[in-house]
Design a protein around this ligand. Structure first.
Ligand SMILES: *[C@@H]1O[C@H](CO)[C@@H](O)[C@H](O)[C@H]1NC(C)=O
Ligand SMILES: *[C@@H]1O[C@H](CO)[C@@H](O)[C@H](O)[C@H]1NC(C)=O
Length: 499
């Protein structure tokens, strides 16, 4: 039996607990997710596929594969009467209602579809853009006020046939030129891949599972093994009503296709997303802006993909002009901006006191101190793999290397990072091997804080660009391997938190 004083004490303690609890909740509520499917937990999956050639276009479709855009989108439905009578066997009445048909996924240049403006019908590049928007209308989740469409699996072939005249130079059309440093086995090296799709099915134990796979080696039968040929595959799996989607990726290079990229992207739901100059669809219903956002992701790298595999724990893409203004689709002045944290411990820092040409002009510390790259006592050289400046910048600080002018539809700027103690404050990897094979982790990365302090080029005297990010992704770029390499990894829990 408690005394009156003890009772009062209990009441007081209860009130204190209640206050602490509500403060705790309020703190949680400060985070708002920028993606449609926070943490990949929604049963009704939305996932799409896109393949790019060297300059982020289609060029030419692979025979009988349609335009390289596809989607697997469904809702999980259950029969109402079973739910009402609460039958134990309720699960057996669950089914997947697919939103996209095989015919939709097979759509290719020359075949009209609902709402397609005939002026796009016969151009493989323009048709693919329209097909993505069309698939977007089928997959869209109509959340008010911000509808969203899908996670995007992006596959890119780094072959470039310089005699094809297909890729512009910093956005300018240029005539074909002689082969040089780019990989290409000859005419047709920029082809699109085959595309097999196993639509998501609900298995007897309540697991939902589906996949996309294929090869660039047209005519090869991936069913009888992948020795000697290129291969990509993404499998997604989740149990109904529990856990989260786990996306398992596999990417294999071959002699003919030594430079391949495979990413899982959260792209903008409208407008341009990183690497494009045209309207796309995606998962980012609110565009995160530096410095106020974080990214959560669980990454398990099972096989690294060799020394050339630039595995991106996080890759971010955006676009702004050199005068700081937002992009408007004018490829001559728009500049794609990328930053990537590479976690392959075999990736060296090309930036060094004796190779300032590969470093950004300065580094900014978390407490906002600027350290110039010529300050050899203080500059964190090991934190930078490579920096390259936009090819159309007019006021570059020397020495500088400019980015490859052909591999994007417009000029680009790239800041590539490596694990280093200097990034600790942002929750990024701090030493070689962090997050690599055998070190699966759930990360909470202060991507906003870090990207707000990175160097990006701007014309002198112009107001700083708003760093609004239209694509956040994870995956690998196997950058010209001299032997067949395989990378394998899983991604889950992906979320973008606005803070
Ligand atoms: C790719 O998918 C197809 C069709 O679903 C399947 O038959 C094939 O075995 C898969 N290939 C590999 C190498 O897993
Ligand atoms: C280092 O670089 C900065 C910025 O370019 C320059 O102002 C400074 O003079 C340089 N310092 C030395 C010692 O070269």
């Amino acid at each position: 039996m408690g005394t009156a004083v003890e009772k009062q004490l209990h009441v007081v303690l209860f009130v204190i607990y209640a206050i602490l609890w509500s403060v705790g909740c309020a703190k949680e509520e400060q985070y708002v997710s920028a993606v449609g499917d926070p943490g990949m937990r929604r049963d009704g999956l939305r996932v799409a596929f896109e393949a790019w050639n060297f300059c982020n276009e289609v060029g030419q479709e692979a025979p009988n594969m349609g335009s390289p855009r596809a989607a697997d989108c469904f809702d999980v439905s259950s029969e109402e009467k079973n739910r009402k009578t609460r039958r134990v066997k309720q699960d057996s009445s669950l089914s997947l209602t697919h939103k996209v048909t095989d015919a939709d996924n097979k759509l290719g240049v020359g075949t009209p579809f609902d709402g397609l403006n005939p002026k796009y019908l016969n151009s493989p590049d323009l048709y693919a853009v329209q097909k993505e928007l069309y698939l977007g209308t089928k997959c869209e989740v109509t959340e008010d006020p911000k509808p969203w469409q899908f996670w995007m699996v992006m596959l890119k072939n780094g072959n470039y046939d310089t005699k094809s005249g297909l890729c512009p130079q910093n956005g300018k059309r240029v005539p074909p030129f002689s082969p040089n440093k780019f990989p290409c086995f000859g005419a047709g090296c920029m082809n699109q891949p085959t595309f097999n799709h196993h639509r998501t099915k609900l298995l007897g134990d309540g697991t939902m599972r589906g996949w996309f796979n294929g090869t660039y080696d047209l005519g090869a039968d991936t069913g009888s093994g992948i020795d000697g040929i290129s291969f990509y595959e993404v499998v997604w799996e989740k149990k109904v009503g529990e856990g989260k989607w786990v996306f398992s990726h596999k990417l294999k290079t071959s002699k003919k296709y030594p430079w391949l990229m495979l990413y899982l992207r959260a792209d903008a739901t409208r407008g341009f997303s990183g690497g494009y100059h045209y309207e796309t669809r995606g998962m980012l219903k609110t565009l995160p802006e530096s410095p106020n956002f974080k990214v959560r992701v669980t990454l398990d790298v099972k096989q690294g993909g060799g020394s050339k595999s630039q595995f991106y724990l996080i890759d971010m893409g955006s676009c702004w002009k050199n005068n700081g203004k937002p992009c408007d689709g004018d490829v001559l002045t728009d500049v794609t901006r990328y930053s990537e944290m590479i976690i392959n411990p075999e990736t060296p820092a090309w930036c060094s006191p004796t190779a300032l040409v590969n470093c950004p002009p300065y580094h900014i510390t978390p407490d906002n101190k600027k350290i110039y790259r010529n300050d050899t006592a203080n500059f964190p050289y090991g934190a930078y793999h490579y920096y390259c400046a936009p090819g159309n910048a007019q006021h570059l600080e020397q020495p500088v290397s400019t980015c490859d002018p052909y591999s994007n539809p417009q000029a680009q700027e790239i800041v590539q990072l490596l694990p280093h103690p200097i990034w600790a404050q942002y929750g990024y990897p701090t030493k070689k091997g962090d997050g690599w094979v055998g070190d699966a982790r759930s990360w909470e990365l202060d991507v906003g804080g870090l990207s707000g302090r990175l160097y990006f080029y701007q014309d002198p005297g112009t107001p700083p660009a708003r760093r609004v990010w239209t694509s956040l992704d994870t995956g690998t770029e196997i950058f010209v391997s001299n032997q067949d390499e395989i990378a394998e990894w899983t991604v889950s829990d992906f979320d973008v938190l606005l803070t």
